[in-house]
Design a protein around this ligand. Structure first.
Ligand code: SF4
Ligand code: SF4
Ligand code: SF4
Length: 272
């Protein structure tokens, strides 16, 4: 039973959120939405425990496509960061703000950057590129994320200050253009730096929320020093350059961990 603890915790967390939002907002959509996401994530972790090779990719596709195609394109809800600012400024506590609160602001206190490993529709595509394991050491370009974060805020604030009409429509167009830009820049960076996750490491504005919150994450990869033989395999396979053998919260690139479990899967001594 112990090995199924993680999928059960994830299912319980998402079901709690689903039921709470359904009852408080009197809207069945939230029950369906968070139950679907929780079930998809728990299924993926379960498949991973069963050593199914594509477990994480299945969750990425189940959740990422649902968010991108259904919520983003069909329901026309901007789920990017500018959508979060927009709904925050208008005081509407709807899908985009709730999505951010659960997946990217408060949820990471429990499941760290699980969003980045299992649900993000940007990484869902970037992870198909050829550089799953970075071929070069990380660059000191993380400061760019603060610029993209500020730009997203300034963009939405300017629309409000300039009293632009039909912002809802602009937000939908921004969602489409923003996603095309993310995929384009992400792909170019992946090939330039030989690293599928270069966009996540240097550009993504959402990490301004994700990284500090995931520092306190309840769910973390820990190393059993008694079993570890310092072979270095875990660091070799890590897409995010995390020094996972260090158990401290401020370990090198600790807040980059996306809980992809590649290190756990590859450790020859089951030390992780
Ligand atoms: S860092 Fe950004 S782009 Fe990368 S997986 Fe996380 S949210 Fe998605
Ligand atoms: S390989 Fe391990 S340390 Fe690296 S991101 Fe995945 S789970 Fe985290
Ligand atoms: S792969 Fe396992 S044994 Fe090797 S360094 Fe990492 S934790 Fe230690």
């Amino acid at each position: 039973m112990k090995e199924y603890r993680l999928p059960l915790i994830m299912l319980a967390v998402f079901e709690t959120v689903a039921i709470m939002l359904w009852l408080t907002k009197d809207n069945l959509f939230y029950l369906f939405n968070f139950s679907y996401i929780g079930l998809s994530i728990s299924l993926g972790i379960f498949l991973f425990i069963k050593k199914y090779k594509y477990a994480r990719r299945i969750v990425q596709l189940l959740v990422g496509l649902y968010l991108l195609l259904y919520l983003g394109l069909i329901c026309q809800e901007n789920m990017q960061i500018e959508g979060f600012w927009y709904y925050l400024f208008t005081g509407v506590f709807e899908a985009a703000t709730i999505h951010y609160a659960v997946a990217k602001i408060f949820g990471p206190l429990i499941f760290g950057r699980g969003w980045c490993g299992y649900a993000c529709w940007t990484a869902m595509v970037l992870d198909f590129l050829p550089y799953k394991i970075p071929k070069e050491p990380g660059k000191k370009l993380g400061w760019i994320r603060y610029i993209t974060f500020a730009l997203s805020l300034v963009f939405v604030a300017a629309l409000f200050l300039a009293n632009v009409g039909n912002i809802e429509r602009i937000m939908f167009l921004a969602f489409i253009i923003g996603n095309i830009a993310y995929y384009g820049i992400g792909t170019a960076l992946a090939f330039a730096f030989k690293d599928n996750r270069a966009f996540c490491k240097y550009i993504c504005p959402v990490t301004v929320f994700l990284k500090p919150m995931s520092y306190f994450s309840l769910i973390r990869i820990k190393c059993d020093k008694e079993k570890c033989i310092s072979c270095g395999k875990c660091r070799q396979v890590c897409p995010m350059n995390v020094d996972v053998t260090d158990d401290s919260r401020n370990r090198k690139n600790g807040t980059e961990c996306i809980l992809c479990m590649e290190c756990v899967h590859n450790c020859p001594k089951d030390a992780l």
